[in-house]
Write a protein that binds this ligand. Structure first.
Ligand code: GTP
Ligand code: MG
Ligand code: ZN
Ligand code: ZN
Length: 393
């Protein structure tokens, strides 16, 4: 059988049969209890050193198995490669890995934090969707680090730690996305597992991380590529006066970042047409710095129509508007590269903060006012059939 599952924690592939189990460590009906101990595989692969029940092999297609030592039943299923506990119903519900990549300081961490915050709070309810952290570590890291820093303290992030500085490990945030089953979409999948891996921009430039990133990208079902117009020589001079500009030292222009991503995706998978099949959301961040330069009638000055569907017409308007902006920003090569290599791609324009931060890296006094942040994710989910669309295209 083909290896059709991808671990949301390590991005290695395996089959359902290979899924392992972990003893619950509770006293079993037979009166025995397995001792908890550090799992060397888990520690090596993920850095998690806590004491856990012993791992064992059994038929991973089943939801539960009996521990060979204590005979107690367990429903903890684990990845055969990294031994992370898999989300409930993993392999039984749709699981979608969304990879997010972009150059250094392009705004990935801020965007991811705001996107997830919006989906968990404001937007989710309107869309009839819910987003929940899938494991304790995600709850602690997302709530405790990311959300706390940006929303409670109003402080922007330092550059994300590189995978190399983290012993080559990645620590994705894993969420369960669910949609309440509406009358019209009875057959659509209700749950998806979303895994976000917040890369450091430098991971894209260093050789030792290319292998890791290739696996991550190649096994993703959809890719969100964050591009920063402030890093485009043709757009930089157009930014609103006073905008905090990213340093240009060691920064790669968006067109080069795109080439790197394209090379990584091509290394692994191609359709018979030679085009990359993974849907690619090309997201231009920090749009607030360019609002002054846009036409008052531009779709990038309006909010997307409200409703519980992905609005195709609005999305295509935005797509064309970004394509037009690329001419102004001297970014036409980006458009050519996408058309040459990708079967499915779509442009987006977002502002996670809604206003430029202060020079001392604090959220503007007007607060966080996200603009169009959920559009790219909803497009990807609608491509997978996990969110319904209004209109065709
Ligand atoms: N004007 C504006 N600036 C933003 C926005 N989002 C991020 N920025 C700026 O971009 C900087 C970098 O954002 P991060 O999200 O930390 O960037 P990153 O891509 O995670 O960077 P690395 O982790 O170093 O790769 C922030 O400190 C802000 O100055 C936005 O919506 N609008
Ligand atoms: Mg970051
Ligand atoms: Zn046991
Ligand atoms: Zn794994």
């Amino acid at each position: 059988m083909a290896a059709d599952l991808v671990c949301p924690y390590c991005y290695e592939t395996f089959t359902a049969r290979d899924i392992g189990f972990r003893c619950s460590g509770r006293i079993s009906p037979a009166g025995r209890r397995c001792p908890l101990a550090r799992d060397p595989v888990l520690a090596e692969r993920t850095g998690r050193r806590g004491e856990v029940g012993p791992a064992f092999r059994a038929d991973g297609r089943k939801p539960a198995a009996a521990c060979p030592d204590c005979e107690g039943d367990t429903t903890y299923r684990i990845c055969p490669v990294c031994h992370s506990t898999l989300p409930v119903q993993f392999g039984m519900v749709g699981h979608r890995l969304i990879a997010m990549v972009g150059a250094k300081a392009s705004g990935k961490t801020v965007y991811m934090t705001v996107l997830l915050h919006e989906l968990m709070n404001r937007v989710g309810a309107g869309l009839g969707t819910a987003l929940m952290a899938s494991d304790d570590l995600t709850i602690r890291r997302f709530g405790g680090d990311y959300e706390e820093q940006l929303y409670r303290h109003g402080r922007l992030f330092h550059g994300t730690r590189t995978a190399a500085a983290n012993d080559g490990r990645v620590e994705p945030l894993v969420f369960r996305f669910s949609r309440s089953r509406g009358r019209l979409n009875r057959s659509r999948p209700r749950h998806s597992v979303l895994s976000f891996f917040d890369t450091a921009g430098e991971d894209f430039n260093s050789r030792e991380n290319v292998e890791l990133n290739t696996r991550y990208l190649a096994n993703a079902d959809g890719v969100i590529l964050i591009l920063d117009p402030l890093q485009m020589p043709g757009a930089r001079p157009l930014a609103r006066p006073g905008t905090v500009l990213p340093g240009s030292e060691g920064v790669d222009e968006p067109v080069n970042v795109l080439s790197r991503v394209t090379n990584m995706l091509m290394a692994r998978q191609q359709g018979s047409s030679g085009l990359i099949r993974t849907p690619l959301a090309v997201v231009f961040a920090k749009l607030d710095a360019f609002w002054d330069t846009l036409d008052p009638g531009s779709p990038l000055r309006a909010h997307p129509p409200a409703g519980d569907r992905f609005d195709t017409a609005d999305s295509l308007d935005v797509h064309e508007e970004v394509r037009r902006l690329l001419k102004e920003w001297e970014g036409v090569r980006i458009d050519q590269d996408l058309a040459t290599h990708y079967r499915r791609y779509r442009y987006f324009g977002v502002s996670a903060l809604g206003a430029g931060p202060t020079p001392d890296a604090l959220v503007a006094p007007t607060g966080i006012q996200p603009y169009r942040v959920t559009d790219p994710l909803l497009w990807l989910l609608s491509e997978f059939g996990a969110v319904p669309r209004r209109g065709r295209g």
